[in-house]
Write a protein that binds this ligand. Structure first.
Ligand code: NAD
Length: 245
């Protein structure tokens, strides 16, 4: 799919979980659109490779590590003097019926999806406030909107991301900063990890009849990140082939 016409020259974009999947494609789209793009991921080798391929800068870190997140955001700020777009996309699954979930399964999923999103926004907030501009796009999920069997940890984390999105939108609005979320549905490693029969069942419930290519998430994210989306904040935009209808 070709790049759409959003342009981000002289802008700085940060995408977490950008070594693979949706995050990689979002980083590629921002780099293609002229943004100085930082790819954050804990998979050091893959993030270096993806950054080189898309023309961005790699920062290898675990987003659930507060100190590492703050150092990374400081490094971006020092390098470019600004932060325009923050995409909180990093994610993991530790699925299991809740009576089988361990504390570790619970804590790890909450840490990567919810706590890390809070911490990156908190770390960027002083820059957003000083600039009086900024765009945050968080990545939530169908599970966060509706719940899902075997995903109590993930659904709670993604529902939390929606609460964080709405509250951050209210708190940062006075500084001209918007905070929105997308709820994606794309064919990535995360989807490949779902057992084949279950994956086919899920595909059958998608009104558009297929999972998206990860790059199909980029237009929605770039729209929300653009100047044109100046009056949209606190929204959760499904980019999911109609699943959430
Ligand atoms: N694929 C889908 O259909 C779908 C549906 C709903 C929501 N999502 C969400 O979209 C986002 C991207 O998912 P994806 O499908 O591209 O998955 P993916 O597994 O392909 O990519 C996730 C990326 O996050 C990175 N990551 C994981 N833990 C990290 C950590 N602690 N620190 C830094 N990086 C970390 C991984 O290394 C990987 O590069 C996730 O938040 C996921 O929950 C995906």
């Amino acid at each position: 799919m070709g790049n759409i016409s959003f342009r981000f020259p002289d802008r700085t974009a940060i995408v977490t979980g950008a070594a693979h999947g949706i995050g990689r494609e979002l980083a590629a789209a921002f780099a293609d659109s002229g943004a100085t793009t930082f790819l954050l991921d804990r998979d050091g080798e893959a993030v270096e490779r993806s950054a080189a391929e898309v023309g961005g800068h790699a920062l290898a870190l675990d987003v659930s590590d507060t100190t590492a997140v703050e150092a990374a955001i400081d490094a971006v700020r020092e390098r470019t003097g600004r932060i325009d777009v923050l995409v909180n996309n990093a994610g993991i699954l530790r699925d299991g019926m809740l009576w089988k979930l361990t504390d570790e399964d619970w804590d790890a999923v909450l840490a990567v999806h919810l706590s890390a999103s809070f911490r990156t926004i908190r770390a960027c907030a002083p820059t957003f406030r000083a600039q009086r501009s900024g765009r945050v796009i968080n990545v939530t999920s169908y599970s966060g909107l509706h719940g899902n069997l075997g995903q109590a940890n993930y659904a709670a984390a993604k529902a939390g991301v929606i609460g964080l999105t709405k509250t951050a939108a209210k708190e940062l609005a006075r500084f001209g900063v918007t905070v929105n979320a997308i709820s994606p549905n794309a064919e990535t490693r995360m989807v490949a990890a779902i057992p084949e029969d279950r994956r086919a069942e899920i595909a059958a419930t998608i009104p558009l009849g297929r999972f998206a290519a990860p790059r199909e998430m980029a237009a929605a994210v770039q729209f929300l990140a653009s100047d044109e989306a100046s009056y949209i904040t606190g929204a959760v935009l499904p980019v999911d082939g109609g699943v959430a209808i």
